[in-house]
Design a protein around this ligand. Sequence first.
Ligand code: SF4
Length: 213
Amino acid sequence: MGSKIVERAAFIYDEISKLYPNALCELNHTNALELMIAIMLSAQTTDIAVNKVTKSLFEKYKSIDDYIIAPLEEIEEELRYLGLYKNKAKNIKGMVQIIKEKYHGEFLNDQDILESLPGVGRKTANVFLAEWYKVPRIAVDTHVKRISARLGLAEFDDSPENVEKKLMKVYPKSQWISTHHKFIFFGRYFCKAIHPNCESCTMTHICKTPFLK
Ligand code: SF4
């Protein structure tokens, strides 16, 4: 690993840290079940939209059994303001059933088990493991992917898995979770997909997207 890219990565981390020193998971939850459901619901939608929906969802359904007993249509109705809500409702029903039957209601600290659940891919499992078990992980969502490419830590056509590998090489393990949060905040609030805040950005000299400046 060249020292230049490691230096670049450290510079990016420091600059984003100045803007968002306390970047955190913004999905409201109070236990592992709620966290997993919130992450599953966050696919292709905003955390704000998810939090609106989960406010009443989590009041209504408190346990794995509550989701198992509830008819699919009832859960769909709760999720109706979210994109892909029918699929998400179906996946939640399938997920809780497996967690109850195979894993005694526990969300284990195990990437393979988590990824075998319906609707849970690598990104969802990574977010869950990092947030719940504090396992060092860099979950790559649309923001992390875009920021990594714009700032030269990955290519624009890299797969999320490749971006993850590249970021894990240039950041120390102790910063993986915070890198994920900071990149998400930077992408969500500053370097947006459309109309990024380039005029106020301190990283224009290393940015790969001069057409936006
Ligand atoms: S210069 Fe603009 S596009 Fe590049 S990182 Fe900064 S805000 Fe994002």
